[in-house]
Design a protein around this ligand. Structure first.
Ligand SMILES: Cc1cc2nc3c(=O)[nH]c(=O)nc-3n(C[C@H](O)[C@H](O)[C@H](O)COP(=O)(O)OP(=O)(O)OC[C@H]3O[C@@H](n4cnc5c(N)ncnc54)[C@H](O)[C@@H]3O)c2cc1C
Length: 399
């Protein structure tokens, strides 16, 4: 077994892991020389970039001030400088996917961040002031602090949906590799992912039905903007009852929603007769037969050739094997899948900090978004680097 030492290990090189690493580097530039980042993809944001390409996403949903760097205005400045301007949508400035990708590469460079060790972390042993991370290839890294940034979303598929190759979750869809012309397609879901899939398939001329559980919900962002400032976060932080905080998170995120531009694009296709839209049509039964897939949606039935489930993600800390091991060895309360972390995002007083959506009981319903990931990164940097305090203009965005 190879055994190395590091000051800090970050497990997971998605946007939450990047935000934490950049915040640590900003707090103590020397720390990056003694850091290890592990992710089976072997690169920074590999899954993120790949997902954007697969789903044909040309700009982010979140504003240009949301990204993994501590300075909110840095993405906008960067995009203007390199000629990859933001996109104006519904009166908001949104980063283009290309501009975001360019910016990510630039901040990795600017902070001289470490390369990513291409491995999965499979276990973690924690003592009071030391953590050992075990990797799938048998290697181990001992460190003073561990940051877990693996996400806990598990693709959600409604109960009763059979395991059949014609039925796939949105995460598995690649719009660059569409089914043959004439394939009758059903997209289930009312969120932006459903809209991206419908728009991509309809542009290729596939006959598409979109089925929503309820009616359309239109929102600029995943949650009400009040959750990105003191309007709602102050009351959330003052609520001592974790079960109530958990309910507030579920209520704030609600079902899927589309921003106005996506809702309009779907309405245009429906008006032109290019797609069928079934409202108030929850998926009741799916029968994957030999000829086609028969689906009951509320009171109507359809036979289709493929079903794409844009039905979101379930929050379950134990869905990630590493977090499940951590939870088994160091039990702490878990509320409907979300762990009750300390205020500095430590796991039950240990030197393990958890960022991303598992931090929602502390940070509120945007913990899994770029906005919450940056706030999480700030808390971790404060806990790891004694005396760290960002300049006030940056700090006010991070509380
Ligand atoms: C289609 C889509 C679009 C989105 N757009 C936006 C947006 O515009 N704005 C916004 O704020 N949010 C957006 N989000 C929400 C959120 O920002 C993303 O889901 C984001 O990818 C979450 O970041 P993360 O780092 O927590 O998790 P992930 O991106 O899932 O990254 C986790 C990383 O951990 C690695 N990992 C997992 N287990 C292990 C292990 N055991 N060992 C080592 N590595 C491991 C994975 O390989 C992965 O690289 C979007 C989500 C989706 C699905």
């Amino acid at each position: 077994m190879t055994r190395t030492d590091a000051e800090v290990v970050v497990v997971g090189a998605g946007p939450a892991g990047l935000a934490a690493t950049v915040a640590l580097a900003a707090a103590d530039p020397g720390i990056v020389r003694n850091m290890a980042v592990v992710d089976p993809s072997g690169g920074w944001l590999t899954d993120w970039h790949d997902r954007m390409a697969r789903q044909g996403i040309r700009h982010l949903r979140s504003p240009i001030t949301h990204h993994p760097h501590p300075d909110p205005l840095s993405l906008q400045r960067h995009c203007a400088r390199v000629g990859l301007p933001h996109v104006n949508r519904d009166g908001r400035r949104l980063p283009s996917t290309a501009g975001f990708e360019h910016f990510v590469a630039a901040i990795i460079d600017e902070h001289d961040l470490p390369g990513v060790v291409p491995a999965a972390a499979v276990d973690v042993a924690v003592s009071r002031d030391r953590v050992t991370v075990h990797l799938a290839d048998g290697a181990a890294i001992a460190c003073r602090r561990l940051v877990v940034a693996t996400g806990i979303g598990r693709p959600h598929v409604p109960p009763g949906v059979p395991d059949d190759s014609r039925i796939r979750h949105a995460e598995a869809i690649n719009l660059r590799d569409l089914p043959p012309p004439g394939t009758r397609l059903l997209v289930v879901g009312g969120g932006l992912s459903a809209a991206h899939l419908v728009l991509g398939a309809a542009a290729a001329g596939l006959p598409v039905t979109l089925a929503l559980r309820r009616k359309f919900q239109v929102r600029h962002f995943d949650v009400d903007p009040g959750w990105m400032g003191p309007k709602y976060l102050r009351g959330f932080a003052a609520e001592p009852d974790r079960a109530r905080r958990r309910s507030a998170i579920a209520e704030a995120r609600g079902g899927g929603s589309m921003p106005p531009w996506a809702r309009q694009a779907i309405a245009d296709l429906e008006r032109e007769g290019a797609i069928e839209v079934l409202r108030h049509s929850p998926l009741v039964a799916v029968d994957a037969g030999q000829r086609g897939v028969r689906v009951r949606l509320g009171t109507v039935e359809r036979e289709v050739d493929a079903v794409w489930m844009a039905t979101g993600f379930e929050q379950d800390v134990c869905a990630n094997p590493l977090l499940a091991r951590l939870a088994a060895r160091n039990p702490i309360p878990v509320h409907a899948g979300i762990p009750d972390l300390d205020d500095d995002l430590a796991w039950g007083g240990t030197p393990v900090h958890v960022v991303g959506s598992p931090a929602a009981l502390v940070l509120g319903p945007t913990a899994g978004n770029l906005h919450g990931q940056r706030r999480a990164a700030h808390r971790v940097a404060k806990a790891v680097v004694p005396g760290f305090a960002p300049v006030e203009e940056v700090a006010r965005h991070l509380r």
